[in-house]
Design a protein around this ligand. Structure first.
Ligand code: ADP
Ligand code: MG
Length: 258
């Protein structure tokens, strides 16, 4: 099977006035269709840089990125990208905000409209279609942004800390909702998070990056027992704590060495 994401020796340097900063060095990673992979690592290790390269928003200095069987040359319609801040338009209703992705890609029709309404209902936003973003809580707005991305039915979803600004309770609910929705649809996902427990709870694999330069330090395979349990309950499994400690220790070392 062709990987949904293929990264070959990705190196990226940011060029400053006086110096270049090596943000990523020789990163190799493949993500298979339907897989959920998280990127974790100390702040500044290049997570967002890597996600931007996969999204086609940034051209790496060296190496090749491939997505859905094609070399990345720019943003692709099969790829959904969701950032930490929600970017809803304040003057558009919730439904019109949620339809924006379809509208921008020229795919807005009656079926798309119906599907988006159904997704809003799935995300607990039924009855809010005509509200404005300012009438909703932060967690609800984040869910609208997620519906907007999911409505285009991306084969690959890239998420950059989508839950980090939310209250803990809402974040746990959303993790469950998102991981369930993506698994049901067979969507491939690459999630950036600084929350190790979130990464372990929702992923099939967790990729730990080193800092300065950003490199793949270690890849943790999540055991089936955790993968098959909804994120909220996975945290209570006896094997969760041991794995968390292992990833945490490795990340602490990654932070200290550089
Ligand atoms: P992370 O998301 O893991 O916190 P980033 O990918 O945002 O890390 O950044 C990786 C490194 O590259 C950091 O040291 C950051 O300061 C640097 N960096 C990010 N964006 C730029 C930029 N546009 N210009 C120069 N340096 C940058
Ligand atoms: Mg980042």
């Amino acid at each position: 099977m062709e990987p949904a994401i293929r990264l070959n020796d990705i190196t990226h340097a940011y060029l400053g006035e006086q110096a270049a900063y090596l943000a990523l060095e020789k990163v190799n990673l493949s993500v298979m269709p339907g897989e959920f992979v998280s990127l974790v690592g100390p702040s500044g290790c290049g997570k967002t840089t890597l996600l931007s390269i996969v999204a086609g928003l940034l051209v790496p200095s060296r190496g090749e990125a491939g997505v859905l069987g094609r070399p990345v040359t720019g943003p692709s319609p099969g790829v959904g990208y969701m950032l930490q801040s929600d970017y809803l338009f304040p003057w558009r209703t919730i439904l019109d905000n949620a339809l924006l992705g379809l509208e921008l890609t020229g795919r807005l029709d009656e079926a798309g409209r119906e599907k988006t309404r159904a997704l809003l209902a799935d995300m607990g936003l039924g009855g809010k279609e005509n509200a404005l973003p300012s009438e909703l809580s932060g967690g609800m707005r984040q869910r609208v942004a997620l519906v907007r991305t999911l409505a285009t039915d991306p084969a690959l979803l890239l998420l950059d800390e989508p839950f980090s600004a939310l209250d803990y309770q809402i974040k746990l609910q959303l993790e469950d909702l998102v991981s369930e929705t993506l698994r049901r649809r067979g969507t491939t996902a690459l999630l950036v998070t600084h929350d190790l427990s979130e990464a372990i709870a929702v992923s099939d694999r967790v990729v730990l990056l080193d800092r300065n330069p950003g490199r793949v330090r270690r890849i943790f395979e999540i055991p089936a027992s955790i993968r098959q349990t909804p994120p909220l309950y996975a945290r209570d499994l006896p094997e969760f704590a041991g794995l968390f400690h292992q990833v945490w220790k490795e990340m602490e070392q990654a932070g200290q060495e550089n």
